[in-house]
Design a binder for this molecule. Structure first.
Ligand SMILES: Cc1cc2nc3c(=O)[nH]c(=O)nc-3n(C[C@H](O)[C@H](O)[C@H](O)COP(=O)(O)O)c2cc1C
Length: 139
């Protein structure tokens, strides 16, 4: 027998944890945590992002990186999702090391083992749908 749950907080699990790396207009790196997203074509990723420092940055640079949280990086990954780059330099506070992607204007966070380097194809403020073309990847 199945049980009906109240409310609309249903979710599809398990979810991955993507780390979205961006630069602001001054070149300061930032990172946020996103669970809602998936590969949506060969060489394409789609994420669902509300308004954040990250989306402001992407509107400016038209680029972002996507790294994958791992067991070893779980604390940093969690931190990137609970504080905003509007108030603090999260990369510095987490003592992460970054370098700029050779392909897009976005940071590669060296603590994460796999990174996709993406050009922003589109971002819709109303739906929060961000589509990125994966132009390079490194591990
Ligand atoms: C586990 C987890 C998953 C999250 N997934 C998303 C997501 O898919 N989309 C979104 O807009 N925010 C998501 N967030 C919230 C952002 O990561 C959070 O608001 C963050 O502080 C934004 O950082 P920024 O302001 O520096 O860009 C998630 C947070 C956590 C902890």
């Amino acid at each position: 027998m199945s049980v009906e749950f109240e409310g609309n907080k249903a979710c599809i699990a398990p979810e991955g944890v993507f780390i979205i790396g961006t630069y602001d207009e001054k070149g300061v790196p930032n990172a946020m945590n996103a669970a809602w997203g998936a590969q949506s074509d060969y060489g394409e990723i789609t994420l669902f992002l509300a308004k954040h420092k990250t989306t402001d940055n992407i509107k400016h640079t038209k680029a972002f990186t996507v790294a994958f949280a791992t067991k070893d990086t779980v604390e940093i990954a969690d931190y990137f999702g609970v504080e905003t780059g509007n108030n603090v330099n999260k990369i510095e506070k987490a003592a992460c090391h970054v370098h700029k992607s050779h392909h897009v204007n976005a940071p590669i966070i060296e603590e994460f083992p796999v990174t996709l380097e993406c050009e922003c194809t589109s971002y819709d403020d109303n739906t929060g749908i961000l589509v990125g073309k994966i132009v390079a990847q490194q591990a």
